[in-house]
Structures are given as structure tokens and as C-alpha cells.
Design a binder for this molecule. Structure first.
Ligand code: SF4
Length: 214
């Protein structure tokens, strides 16, 4: 099974509870104005990877040190079969370690269930709805006030119910660096990206090719 993949990050601590693996899928046709992940919108053949290869990369991490996996993007519901295969494999890897699966989607709950009948039962919690730049929020792990955190399974209800209406008291952003890129992982609040850019400029670092500008 092939998956259109943008990237993996680990450890992710800004998109869900605990230490997580983050899987960014590639491809989204929703096109929310102000999306900070514009780099994940357009999918090409070079994004295709075997789900088994993704699972091998996750398996190489310390499973006991993980709380779960966060799937985001991009729009996971645009790849329903690949998403189901990915989640099936992730659940097998996390068996015995109490991993949860949190999945972001830009569509509402009913639409996600209709699009992803195979993947939905494998999800412990969803964050649903498009990003709306005009509806800022401080709800944890959400970019705009319309987005809902929906616990979907017994584990999801146990782990995520306390967070449904919880609010963050500081920005949920991580910086991760690989060979030639700096990745911002998390949910920037209003003005956070401009502040990061100004702080880097003050150090003589100019950002090019940022994902949040066309
Ligand atoms: S916020 Fe999510 S759903 Fe909206 S355009 Fe960006 S990747 Fe797509």
C-alpha cells in the first residue's frame, strides 16, 4: 500500500499528549486561507512511499518511550485506504505500550467517518474541521475555535476527555532542525510566526521558502 507522505517527526510534544511520533501526510485540496502547512497541499509521485517503510521507521524508535502517534498533514482523509493501512500497522506496533492515535482532519466528524470507514475505528481521537484564521483560539492543539477535539474510543475518552475544553497557557511550538530545514511543529498562535521570524532576523537568519506563505 502506498502513502503520500510529507515527513515524520519525533519526538513531537506539541500535537497531543506526551511524546509522540508525528506523521505528516502529503496532499490537501481543502485550501484553508492562512494554513501554515501549505507545503503539504500539492502531492507528486515523489511523495509516494510504502506504508511498510513508514512503519519500519516508526518501529526503529523506542516504543516504550512513546505515548502515541499524531497523524496530520495535509489531509489524511484524502487517502482513506492508505490511512487505514498505516493505522493498522501503527496499532500493531503500539500494542502493549498504550499508544493512542490522534488524527487531524480538515473535515467534520461525519464527513471523516464517511470518507474513512476503515480508518475511523482505528483512531482514538480526532481534531476536526478546517482552519479558520478569523477564529483564533487558545484551545489546546487547535488552530481555530471551530475545531473540535473528539475522543472516539475508550482509550481516547480516557486520555483526551480532560483536554476537550482545556486551554493552553503558552505557545505549543517546537523547532526541529534537519540537514537544510527548520521545522516548526505545533500550533502557532496569532502573531507567533512573525515573532519567530523577527527573533531569527535579529540573529542574522533570514527565512526563505516558509510553508505559511504562498
Ligand atoms: S489547515 Fe489542514 S485542512 Fe486546512 S488547508 Fe491546511 S492542511 Fe488542509
Amino acid at each position: 500500500m502506498r502513502l503520500r507522505l510529507s515527513r515524520l517527526h519525533h519526538p513531537v510534544t506539541a500535537l497531543g499528549p506526551g511524546r509522540r511520533v508525528g506523521v505528516w501526510v502529503q496532499g490537501c485540496v481543502i485550501g484553508c486561507p492562512g494554513c501554515v502547512s501549505r507545503d503539504t497541499w500539492v502531492a507528486g509521485p515523489h511523495h509516494d512511499v510504502d506504508v511498510d517503510d513508514v512503519l519500519d521507521r516508526v518501529a526503529a524508535l523506542d516504543p516504550a518511550g512513546l505515548t502515541g502517534v499524531t497523524v496530520t498533514g495535509g489531509e489524511p482523509s484524502e487517502q482513506p485506504e492508505a490511512l487505514a493501512a498505516l493505522l493498522t500497522g501503527l496499532r500493531a506496533l503500539g500494542a502493549g505500550h498504550d499508544w493512542d492515535v490522534l488524527c487531524y482532519t480538515g473535515v467534520e466528524l461525519d464527513e471523516f467517518r464517511a470518507r474513512c470507514p476503515g480508518a475511523y475505528p482505528l483512531v482514538d481521537a480526532l481534531i476536526t474541521g478546517p482552519y479558520r484564521a478569523g477564529e483564533p483560539t487558545d484551545l489546546v492543539w487547535r488552530g481555530s475555535a471551530n475545531q473540535r477535539l473528539v475522543p472516539c474510543s475508550p482509550l481516547g475518552r480516557r486520555r483526551y476527555a480532560p483536554w476537550v475544553d482545556a486551554r493552553r497557557d503558552r505557545p505549543e511550538l517546537q523547532l526541529q532542525v534537519d540537514d537544510d530545514r527548520v521545522w516548526l511543529v505545533g500550533i502557532p498562535g496569532r502573531g507567533d510566526l512573525a515573532r519567530v521570524e523577527r527573533a531569527l532576523q535579529a540573529q542574522g537568519i533570514r527565512l526563505e521558502g516558509v510553508s505559511w506563505r504562498p
